[in-house]
Write a protein that binds this ligand. Structure first.
Ligand SMILES: C[S@@+](CC[C@H](N)C(=O)[O-])C[C@H]1O[C@@H](n2cnc3c(N)ncnc32)[C@H](O)[C@@H]1O
Length: 333
């Protein structure tokens, strides 16, 4: 019997409105339907763990860090919030949902709502099947707590569904290695939407790649530094391009110490938005959030294999972690 049918025979009582939305939208996939769909597509599987500590995504949009939970924004802010009874959280660009799986492992409360979003439906199906394998007895309970939201954030449809689900009601939004895939207009809209979704006191937890990576040419980095400072100081610039690299592979440096061809599969094709502290600060503050923590960090994926890190490493500022907390009022410029 299909998972969906089995569960319909059991209590369908849920503690949130995701089930109401399920009946109205193809973007919101019911957990049991996702498990059934994944089971009928056995070729769908999470790729093997890469030596850099990531599972590559199926759409070649970077990887999903198996060790995300060790990151400060996840461990200190997002997970504790997700595990608080009554909380409502959103994870953007979650890929195979490894942070959500960890939240379940640690005991997602009976009353909560965790929205897992990704552009690629295959990632969400793999996530669902892995949940069924790891927590077979909990699927019925999890169905009411999880919403799998397939689609591009912040497209109008996805935003509409999220607003229905809880404008001003989210306790936390997690964005790790997600913002980089957006174009400037979408980046601006993403912060506007998150500012509207968060409740006062709610947190936006960000980790992302900066221009201070070994795979970015010095002059590109210098230009981004200049533009970021201008953007931060000028109330007139509404559309940030500081950090936006239209073709990442064109920004690669000439390096004779690294075989760039050999690592090309790790490097984004097309555009990539590298983020800086001034850029994120302005976008957050423009949308009613206050910076609580902002720090550049080095993100050694695999300390046991430091040679794999050589290409990305530069000066210890390769990643930016930002925690922005929603204030009561919008302080627009
Ligand atoms: C580098 S992976 C990051 C996965 C995970 N957050 C982590 O840090 O390990 C980027 C993910 O974002 C998703 N993605 C990219 N653009 C997106 C968009 N506009 N809306 C939703 N998901 C998106 C991709 O499908 C991919 O799974």
């Amino acid at each position: 019997m299909m998972y969906c049918d089995r569960l319909q025979k059991r209590s369908t009582q849920t503690n949130n409105i995701s089930s109401v939305l399920l009946t109205m939208s193809s973007e919101l996939i019911c957990l049991t339907a996702a498990i059934d769909e994944a089971n009928s597509a056995p070729h769908l599987a999470i790729p093997q763990l890469n030596t850099d500590g990531r599972h590559f995504t199926l759409n070649r949009m970077g990887g999903n860090f198996a060790s995300s939970v060790k990151n400060v924004e996840v461990a200190d802010y997002f997970l504790p919030t997700a595990l608080r009874p009554g909380s409502k959280v959103l994870e953007l660009g979650a890929a195979y949902g490894l942070v959500c799986s960890e939240a379940i492992r640690r005991g997602l409360p009976a009353i909560c709502h965790y929205v897992v979003n990704d552009l690629d439906k295959r990632h969400l199906l793999i996530f669902a099947r892995r949940l069924a394998e790891e927590f077979p007895l909990q699927v019925a309970e999890l169905e009411g707590r999880l919403s799998l939201l397939h689609g591009e954030f912040p497209s109008s449809r996805v935003v509409e569904l999220l607003m229905q689900s809880g404008e001003g009601q989210f306790d936390a939004v997690l964005s790790t290695h997600f913002l980089g895939w957006l174009k400037p207009d979408a980046l601006v809209k993403a912060f506007e939407v998150v500012g509207r979704l968060l409740k006062p006191g709610g947190v936006l937890c960000i980790r992302g790649s900066t221009p201070y990576m070994g795979y970015v040419r010095q002059e590109v980095r210098d230009a981004i530094d200049r533009q970021s400072a201008e953007y931060a100081q000028s109330p007139c610039i509404k559309m940030p391009t500081a950090g936006f690299i239209p073709d990442f592979r064109q920004a690669l440096p000439d390096r004779d110490d690294i075989d760039v061809e050999a690592v090309m599969h790790e490097i984004p094709t097309g555009h990539y938005f590298t983020i800086t502290a001034p850029l994120v600060k302005k976008l957050a503050e423009d949308n009613g959030m206050r910076i609580e923590r902002s720090e550049y960090v080095s993100d050694r994926f695999n300390e046991d294999a430091p040679d794999l890190w050589n290409g990305w490493a530069l000066d210890g500022r390769e990643r930016l972690v930002v925690i922005a907390r929603k204030t009561d009022s919008l302080a627009r410029h």
